[in-house]
Write a protein that binds this ligand. Sequence first.
Ligand SMILES: [Zn+2]
Length: 230
Amino acid sequence: MELYPVNTVWVPGLPELAYRLGVGRWEGIVMHYTDNANSTAWNERAYMATNYRNAFVHEFIDPNVILQVANPDYLGYGAGSPANQRFIHLELCVAKSQRDFDKSFDMWCQRTAYFLSKRNLPVLPAASDGSGTLWAHADVTRWLGGTTHTDPIAYLSSWGASWRDVVDIVQRHYDLMTGVEEPMLKPEDANKLIDTFLSPLWFFSLSQQDKDEIHRLANELRKASGQAEQ
Ligand SMILES: [Zn+2]
């Protein structure tokens, strides 16, 4: 599976404090929305560079780039002390179109899955007893305290997404990363079907409509075998 590229540009001078379990031993992820309608990941980093004494997070994700702005082995100041001592903070930046939202949403979910899988933590939604590895900032406010924000729920719903969608997409990325879901079809078999049957059929098809349909079927085979579409 393809991972989105990450641009590592840590802000210099940040405090380097261990999580409560130790350096590099985060227990889950808090997922945020920046709540800033005009900012990109780079703008957010610039602001953070001069204001980190009040607050800082580990990554900003906009439709164009994933910026890792703080070393995730050390805690951030993203959502009050109880959460900061446990969790990595990932901030989703505003999108201007549905297409951009869908992309940045997927990037943000993939980064969450990545950090959970790196520590062999399961995808477990936060619960009122403080358990769980997957936290919305709003969950922290309700169940851990030390903070009052309710992001990213309203922002997600403004684009037609829910917290349930977050959990599902994080789980999907996690399963792909950890190899739980093997492709249903081997790439060699898919390519054999394409080369032996679909390609000659495409060649002898007379109408564009038939050609398009064969092309679509070939891509379905590629997807089912974990390959990129062509
Ligand atoms: Zn937040």
